[in-house]
Design a protein around this ligand. Structure first.
Ligand code: LRH
Ligand code: MN
Length: 411
């Protein structure tokens, strides 16, 4: 009886959703078709426990080894159907590439973007001297060693059948006298070139920027302008990576996205949220309206024939400090899909008319009704069920997997 009522309710909600989407110039079929090909890369480092400068609180249940992390990534894909690729970072993910390839295969996953870590000190030339940077390090031996590490990561990429290298450099200085700013920018250009030149035709490099930390005076790639200029110099297969947590407070991130789309240099995102600095909080947990505004620009760019949404690389980059890492990942995936659905439900004709008439109020109401009044949960749940995935991955994990795991551990 209850199930019949639920089905009837679901049908009613779908019927109402159809009407709402039709009134906005689209349809449930169109939105679900877009959702069915939308993919988000999940970071291997997001399945372990992260910390802050103060402490990392380990309760012993966290995934630590690549096998454990990839097992959770496999479960994330089986629950969501939209996270088939895992971004990897070296040397954090170890050097047993056979094991990683085997685990990816066993879990039905692909290797996503490969990150050659610039900041992790390890035996050899990339030791404590990394405190002076990688490509912009005054010590030639360290610069050469980081270039070699990036080239080695291209080898790992090919071994794992990935085609994207994402580079974030922790490089920067802590005082005006530490390194000439002109020398810093010259070294960056000089060091990035051989990495770009080693790319094969179907491979690409994404250059991530961040305005401060760990450097607190001058960061080598501090903003989208420096990343853009470097990508322009390198060539077509170099594009800009926008990490949502890497901007000064008050930055209009969707405007940066619009400019990068306009200039054809938007490569991808590291999605997360923040209240103060590079907090790496759960995507959409603090400012879901900003996430919607960013996806609104992406959907409009596709409409304008600039770049298809699916050509943009969407990656989650969060540090899971408190909550269950897989639950937080599932929450993030839901927020990202939700923002995309809301952006697909913007009445673009009415918005264009309002702009032509200079009617800002009407324009804002169009965007607000897409954000507030689009029945995103109904759309997401029916799209997931239609593809054979649970309507609510997070609840499915909590009540089916986690509960049984707990029962097993207690037994
Ligand atoms: C730097 C960063 C970068 C990664 C790291 C895990 O803050 O965003 O993308 O290398 O986080
Ligand atoms: Mn990042």
């Amino acid at each position: 009886m209850l199930e019949r009522i639920q089905d009837a309710l679901q049908e009613q909600q779908v019927a109402i959703t159809e009407k709402i989407l039709a009134s906005r110039g689209t349809s449930l079929k169109e939105v679900k078709a877009k959702l069915s090909t939308f993919r988000v890369e999940i970071p291997s480092w997001g399945f372990g426990r992260s910390g802050t400068r103060y402490a990392t609180y380990i309760d012993g249940t966290e995934a630590a080894s690549p096998r454990e992390k990839l097992a959770l990534a496999g479960l994330c894909q089986r629950l969501t159907g939209c996270t088939p690729a895992v971004a990897l970072i070296f040397p954090w993910d170890g050097d047993d590439y056979d094991l990683i390839r085997k685990c990816l295969k066993e879990e039905g996953l692909q290797a996503g973007a490969v990150n050659p870590s610039s900041f992790l000190p390890r035996p050899g030339p990339l030791d404590y001297r990394l405190k002076w940077g990688s490509l912009t390090n005054p010590v030639p031996e360290v610069r050469r060693a980081y270039i070699q590490h990036a080239l080695d990561c291209l080898g790992i990429m090919r071994y794992l059948d990935s085609k994207t290298l994402t580079v974030w450099l922790h490089d920067g200085t802590n005082s005006p006298g530490q390194l000439s700013l002109l020398e810093q920018t010259r070294l960056l250009d000089e060091g990035a070139q051989p990495i770009y030149d080693a790319l094969r035709p179907h491979e690409s490099i994404l250059i991530e920027y961040k305005f401060f930390e760990p450097a607190f005076y001058a960061t080598a790639i501090a903003d989208w302008g420096r990343s853009y200029a470097l990508c322009q110099r390198l060539g077509d297969r170099a594009r800009v990576l926008v990490d949502l947590g890497h901007h000064p407070l008050g930055t209009n991130v969707e405007q940066i996205v619009a400019n990068l789309q306009y200039f054809g240099k938007l490569g991808g995102f590291h999605l997360n949220d923040r209240k103060y600095a590079d907090d790496d909080l759960t995507t959409g947990s603090v400012d879901p309206f900003q996430l919607f505004r960013i996806f609104n620009v992406l959907v409009e760019a596709e409409f304008r024939g600039l770049q298809k949404v699916n050509n943009v690389v969407f990656m989650i980059d969060e540090s899971h400090y408190l909550k269950d890492p897989l639950e937080e990942m599932l929450e993030a995936v839901d927020s990202i899909q939700r923002a995309y659905v809301q952006a697909l439900a913007v009445d673009r004709t009415r918005w264009a008319d309002a702009q032509k008439e200079g009617d800002a109020e009407a324009g804002d109401q169009v965007l607000k009704s897409a954000f507030f009044d689009t029945p995103a949960t109904t759309i997401l749940q029916s799209a997931r069920l239609e593809r054979g995935y649970p309507a609510d991955p997070l609840q499915e994990y909590r009540f089916k997997y986690k509960a049984s795991a707990k029962r097993l551990s207690v037994a």
